[in-house]
Design a protein around this ligand. Structure first.
Ligand SMILES: [Zn+2]
Ligand SMILES: [Zn+2]
Length: 713
């Protein structure tokens, strides 16, 4: 007997090789298990993909060295899902499989182990001599087992072990093991119940729930999951941001207790491995997490829920560049289970699909208890600036004072990390830039370092200009650190907490900030994008967006959509429970439709208007987009290659395809990125052409990237 083993040859390439099986390990061979095999002069890890009885007689094969896993890591479904990914995203198979597995199980890597603890069990009751020994035995009668570490009298313990009265057993434990007090689930309102029934009574597999912010989608999700668990199946819940997972998980734990595994980037390798094992072993029925939790290895999936389905974080930006919704659809097909896409502001693609009955559209346009949507004020900052107000408009100041008096909480969003946007010499006008990138450095006052947000480069703030020696070094623009400082200065008694990637870099900080704000230890939560989505605080009645046009200025066909989504989401953060909410959006573009329509939470008109523009410009959802990129350290070489590709694409693709470019982007980390964009509807010819191109780029000097449905253009 022989096996086909998938082996990684280079970063972008993998191949199947045939190996023979030594008889001693024959019964350990299972498809989906990792093996160690000889390869050239080295030994590497590979994955068993198939078993063969016969091979060509002239084929020389080597023996497998060992089988690494006792049980296959990947079942049939996952093996096929990897093939689907490889074909859809033109990535190698190994990259696809690596993505599905926790890093503790990845190939050719030092492994994070299983955590164990030593426990003491009784073996046989016998008379003992000392009181200390008797104490241990008494405790064991009560508790069945005791942790070895909890026994202080080691002498007595050793005696009992020696006499064979007790035994020590090393047992596997999970690093995360939370026990929360359970509560009864809330009874659904009639509107929520209607949505629930529409989903379970329908034969449709994919449902898009457009529920406005505060309409109670989470309760519907929980009810759907309860229903799925009752029938012995399992559920995956996906959320776009780790900040939201924190709140969602605590809500879910109250209802489902320990029946939950958690998967997101806030966990360390060991914790992720433990959570993965809980799922694989069927010890939990629910997996909650970010993007990668879509691969949770359940064997009997009943439902996948993707909350805030419009978020771009559901698309992975590095290889394999998969789209979570595609993967979820594929998994649901295999399990014959339902997929729920939920959002207050669905992506244009999803809503268009629902409009054409590819998804079942369910709309929930009323908040719980018929609460009004918060009032939105749009402030023209051009006018404010003339009056000398640059950070906060007069109205914002007035409203903050009002909330301080009422002891209600405030959230302020500013999408700019650091203290200043850039550092400038007043004398010669030079802007300090990163030496590795064509990007200006941001000053971080907390760490007193100027940092590049693209490559991480950091340096001290100079006292003198390196060019003209002047000491007029200015910090320009307002980042979130500076806003923090200004706010503290303006409102002396206001307790402010800041949430951005700098204040949450330490483990557990998300939870701490969210819990502290929830417990009203602070009056104002100042944060970046991170705080815009999904967070629920009962006592927040005012939300201020300082730079409402931030995402409008990004050169991307989706900039209006992103802006509308963000503002509508933010507007949903206020007035969720008993208080009336108020939103202030400060902007320099008060008349832009993405901003004016978000004032009235008018998704419908936004959708129609934006669809007209997309149609006219021939952009998704009226076509699909793929980006073909060349990444090169050397500008000239990269430029040459992208032009070759551009010419090839234009020659090989017919009139049905639109090839745009090539363009080059700013230098990042000493690498240049060049790009062609292809707009298409039919993928058949395109895939053939792209595969041809792929064959030419198998070295590491110049890298080729193929990115379907890219999040950044
Ligand atoms: Zn200068
Ligand atoms: Zn840089």
């Amino acid at each position: 007997m022989y096996v086909n083993v998938l082996v990684q040859i280079s970063l972008s390439d993998d191949k199947l090789f045939t190996y023979s099986i030594p008889s001693v390990i024959k019964n350990k061979i299972q498809i989906g298990s990792r093996v160690k095999v000889p390869f050239g002069r080295t030994k590497i890890e590979g994955l068993i993909m198939g078993v063969k009885v016969q091979i060509d007689s002239d084929l020389k094969v080597k023996d497998i060295i060992e089988v690494i896993d006792d049980e296959p890591l990947l079942n049939d479904e996952m093996i096929n899902l990897g093939k689907f990914m490889s074909e859809t995203y033109l990535c190698s198979l190994i990259t696809a499989y690596k993505t599905m597995l926790p890093s503790a199980l990845k190939f050719n890597k030092n492994k994070t182990g299983i955590k164990t603890e030593k426990n003491i069990y009784i073996k046989e009751y016998k008379e003992v001599e000392t009181r200390a020994e008797r104490n241990i035995i008494e405790k064991l009668k009560e508790n069945n087992k005791i942790k070895k570490s909890e026994i202080s009298n080691k002498k007595a313990l050793n005696k009992l072990l020696e006499l064979n009265i007790v035994e020590e057993v090393k047992e596997e434990i999970y690093r995360l093991d939370t026990n929360t007090k359970k509560e009864e689930p809330k009874i659904l309102t009639s509107k929520q119940d209607m949505v629930f029934k529409k989903v379970i009574q329908s034969d449709d597999k994919i449902h898009l729930i457009r529920g406005i912010t505060g309409s109670g989608k989470t309760e519907i999700y929980m009810k759907l999951i309860e229903n799925v668990i009752k029938s012995g199946k399992q559920a995956i819940v996906l959320v776009p941001e780790i900040a939201i997972t924190t709140q969602l998980i605590s809500r879910f734990r109250k209802i489902f207790g320990r029946d939950i595994a958690v998967l997101h980037s806030g966990l360390n390798d060991g914790e992720k491995y433990d959570e993965w094992r809980k799922i694989k072993r069927g010890e939990v029925s629910i997996a909650i997490g970010a993007r990668s939790a879509v691969f949770a290895p359940f064997s009997n999936l009943g439902i996948i829920i993707i909350d805030e389905e419009h978020e771009s974080s559901y698309k992975q930006d590095n290889n394999p560049r998969y789209n979570t919704i595609d993967i979820a659809i594929e998994r649901c097909k295999k399990h014959d289970s339902k997929l729920i896409l939920g959002s207050a502001t669905p992506s244009l693609e999803s809503y268009a699909r629902a409009k054409t009955n590819k998804y079942n559209l369910i709309e929930l346009l009323e908040r719980i208890n018929k609460k009004e949507l918060p009032h939105v004020d749009i402030i023209d900052m051009k006018d404010e600036l003339k009056k000398g107000h640059s950070l906060l408009s007069r109205k914002s100041i007035e409203k903050i004072k009002d909330r301080i008096q009422k002891k209600e909480q405030i959230m302020i969003l500013l999408n700019r990390r650091g203290y200043s946007n850039y550092v400038l010499c007043r004398e010669c006008g030079i802007v300090l830039k990163c030496p590795n990138c064509d990007i200006s450095l941001t000053y971080h006052k907390g760490s007193n370092i100027m940092r590049c947000h693209y490559c991480g480069y950091g340096t001290n703030k100079p006292n003198k200009c390196s060019k003209c020696n002047s000491s007029h070094i200015m910090l320009m623009g307002t980042g979130i650190e500076k806003a923090d400082e200004i706010l503290r200065d303006m409102f002396k008694d206001l307790r402010i907490i800041r949430m951005d990637s700098d204040t949450t870099s330490k483990k557990g900080m998300y939870e701490k900030i969210i819990n502290d704000f929830n417990d009203h230890k602070y009056d104002l939560l100042l944060g970046t994008q991170m705080i815009a989505k999904g967070l629920d605080f009962d006592n927040v009645s005012l939300v201020i967006v300082l730079n409402g046009d931030y995402s409008l200025n990004i050169p991307d066909y989706r900039s209006s959509e992103k802006t509308f989504q963000l503002l509508t989401q933010v507007a949903g953060r206020a007035g969720r429970k008993d208080l009336d909410g108020e939103i202030i959006i400060q902007t320099f573009n008060p008349d832009h439709y993405a901003i004016t329509l978000s004032k009235n939470h008018d998704y419908f008109n936004f959708f129609n208007k934006e669809m007209l523009i997309r149609k006219r410009m021939f952009y998704p959802p009226f076509c699909l987009i793929v980006a073909v990129r060349i990444i090169s350290k050397n500008y000239e070489e990269g430029y040459k290659e992208i032009n070759k590709i551009n010419k090839h694409l234009k020659n090989e693709l017919n009139y049905k395809y639109v090839v745009l470019g090539p363009t080059s982007s700013l230098r990042i980390n000493n690498t240049h990125k060049f790009q062609c964009i292809i707009k298409y509807k039919d993928k058949k010819l395109l895939y053939k052409v792209l595969r041809d191109i792929q064959k030419h780029y198998n070295n590491n000097k110049i890298k080729l990237e193929i990115d379907f449905n890219p999040t950044k253009l």
